[in-house]
Design a protein. Structure first.
Length: 289
């Protein structure tokens, strides 16, 4: 005897009611969270097996990567590396230039005279002459005898000028002399160049004078060639010979004689730069910075 089951419409209504009940139970009462977790765990292998063919195909394709493809990838990586290295060098150079410009501006703010910024564009080929060439000349108001500074101290003075360039005699030249004084006590002496960029000689200092290693020597302004008060050198050694009236004193120049690229040309008194390149110290208001 054949027993006919529920009609299709009844089955559909039963499924809809069961689905609605499950949705309400999950949304309002969160009763199916554990069931969903168990089902997800059980179906995980099915999901992995579904993705396995694609992953296997990619793995097999990677085993047969051609030599040309590898070489192309390698060349691309090398090109990127070179670009990054070039950028790093450029940023390092820009950072160094920025620091140097900051040092020059600080040096300009520390002096009372008017100054212009100049760049060292050449060095004398004569090994016995310590001279450099700057890119400022008579067209910019530069005259013979003007003092030249870098961010750390006095470098020398202008020896010759042309329209667009000038030759600067460094303090280390054997023919150069700077009247100086000890910053600590005002003791006066003369600082001579001896052909060495890292050593100068302080002469005419009596063996009874109060001078010590580490004393800073500044320009005294005597003779009118150099303005007073610019750092020139630091005393590094003092030798006293028995029976000698004067001490043998060596000093280290504070200016970076063989390393500086930017310098300041100092204008004193009535001297004025002829172009709008002058840097002038703002008036002292007495306020703390």
């Amino acid at each position: 005897m054949f027993v006919q089951g529920p009609i299709p419409a009844f089955r559909l209504i039963l499924v809809i009611l069961l689905s609605a009940a499950l949705i309400v139970a999950d949304a309002r009462f969160q009763k199916l969270e554990n069931v969903r977790s168990v089902l997800g765990t059980g179906l995980a292998p099915v999901v992995w097996l579904g993705n396995a063919p694609d992953q296997l195909g990619d793995w097999i394709a990677s085993l047969f990567t051609s030599r040309d493809d590898l070489q192309e990838i390698n060349e691309e990586l090398e090109a990127r590396l070179l670009i990054l290295e070039r950028r790093a060098l450029k940023y390092a150079a820009l950072a160094q230039e920025n620091n140097e410009l900051r040092r020059r501006l600080n040096a300009a703010a520390a002096v009372d005279d008017r100054v212009i910024l100049a760049e060292i564009v050449g060095v004398s080929p004569d090994p016995f002459s310590h001279e450099v060439i700057i890119n400022k000349g008579s067209r910019h108001g530069v005259t013979v005898g003007q003092a030249i500074l870098d961010a750390d101290g006095l470098m020398g003075q202008v020896r010759h000028t042309s329209s667009f360039t000038s030759r600067v005699l460094l303090v280390s030249d054997s023919s150069h002399a700077v009247p100086v004084e000890v910053n600590r006590n005002g003791l006066r002496a003369v600082l001579l160049g001896n052909g060495k960029t890292d050593r100068l000689e302080l002469v005419h200092v009596p063996d009874t004078a109060d001078i010590r290693e580490g004393d800073m020597l500044i320009s005294s302004g005597l003779g009118g060639r150099f303005p007073r008060g610019y750092p020139v050198a630091e005393v590094v050694s003092i030798t006293k010979e028995p029976g000698e009236p004067f001490m043998q004193i060596e000093a280290r120049p504070l200016a970076r004689l063989n390393r500086s690229h930017m310098v300041l040309v100092v204008f004193q008194g009535a001297q004025e730069p002829l172009e709008d390149e002058a840097v002038e110290t703002p008036p002292d208001t007495g306020e703390a910075p």
